[in-house]
Design a binder for this molecule. Structure first.
Ligand SMILES: Cc1cc2nc3c(=O)[nH]c(=O)nc-3n(C[C@H](O)[C@H](O)[C@H](O)COP(=O)(O)OP(=O)(O)OC[C@H]3O[C@@H](n4cnc5c(N)ncnc54)[C@H](O)[C@@H]3O)c2cc1C
Ligand code: FES
Length: 258
């Protein structure tokens, strides 16, 4: 982990309310793993007081990418930051996905499930997994909010989409789309990785446990320090309370207590 000011080299609207920011960040880029995150100080003043956590969306060479949804004070400020400015970033933080099982082409099926901005950490993961048989299920409210379809295709994924209103792809929740493809999978040879809102992750945990499908989920909790010191981000697990920023953000789905 390092703390360092990094130069913004790109910060533009990606789609709707989602923005894409790229930093020249060689020290972080060198050691970052999929599923880890960075904690960014968004302004030079006291507002917002706390840094904001963002998943590492991708790494290319010395460049660190994040994809973010403009929601409140912090992300509004971030969207206003310009190319050439520097932001203080701590990272990479957290544990990241364990993808050693699928790191070699082995006939395994890798299933990625993303809800909304949950695509953010999964693209980097998809880029890193060399096995050919990769499928991504992208869930969104409407067609306008479907993110990174093209990027996942380019990373070798078979892309399937679910929208709540049916404006594109399967009509319904991404968890129902998953249920519809499960019968065709060899569960012993499959592994699932997911990121998205907590109700989606809870539903996925239930489905994967009922079907004996190994699953790792990346959790998002409100964070303060981001480095394990304040206990502001704990979740209930079979080992007691664990910190999303330190023991997570990626957890074995079986390990979590919802
Ligand atoms: C490990 C981790 C990785 C993340 N990765 C990304 C990412 O790649 N892209 C992205 O857009 N966002 C990501 N988030 C969420 C992001 O940190 C928050 O959206 C951001 O902090 C909101 O800041 P704000 O000041 O704009 O909003 P605030 O004014 O602080 O809040 C606006 C709204 O967002 C909600 N919110 C704030 N923080 C979180 C949070 N941590 N989780 C869920 N809801 C929150 C608040 O409840 C409120 O409703 C991640 C969070 C964590 C913990
Ligand atoms: S945010 Fe402080 S312990 Fe996780």
């Amino acid at each position: 982990m390092v703390q360092i000011k990094n130069k913004i080299i790109y910060n533009e609207k990606f789609k709707g309310n989602y923005w894409h920011c790229i930093f020249e960040a060689p020290l972080i880029a060198k050691i970052a793993k999929p599923g880890q995150f960075v904690n960014i100080k968004l302004s030079d003043g006291l507002k917002p007081f706390l840094r904001r956590p963002f998943s590492i969306h991708n790494i290319s060479g010395s460049k660190l990418e994040i994809l973010y949804e403009v929601l409140g004070e912090g992300t509004k400020i971030l969207a206003g930051r310009k190319k050439g400015e520097y932001l203080d970033i701590i990272g990479p933080l957290g544990n990241g996905f364990d993808y050693r099982r699928v790191d070699k082409p082995s006939g395994q099926k890798t299933i990625l499930v993303a809800g909304g901005i949950g695509v953010a950490p999964l693209l980097f993961l998809s880029e890193k997994i060399k096995a050919k048989d990769k499928i991504v299920l992208i869930g969104a409210k409407t067609k306008k909010q479907v993110l990174c379809e093209k990027e996942f295709k380019n990373s070798g994924c078979d892309v399937k989409i679910a929208t709540d209103d049916g404006s594109v792809g399967f009509k319904g929740r991404v968890t129902d789309l998953l249920k519809s493809i499960l019968p065709a999978l060899d569960h012993r040879l499959s592994i699932l990785y997911a990121c998205g809102p907590n109700p989606m992750l809870k539903a996925l945990s239930d489905i994967t446990q009922k079907n004996n499908l190994p699953a790792q989920v990346s959790m998002e909790e409100h964070m303060s320090c981001g480095i394990g010191a304040c206990l502001g981000c704990v979740v209930k697990t079979k080992n007691g309370l664990e910190r999303v920023c330190k023991e997570g953000p990626v957890f074995n789905a079986k390990h979590l207590i919802w």
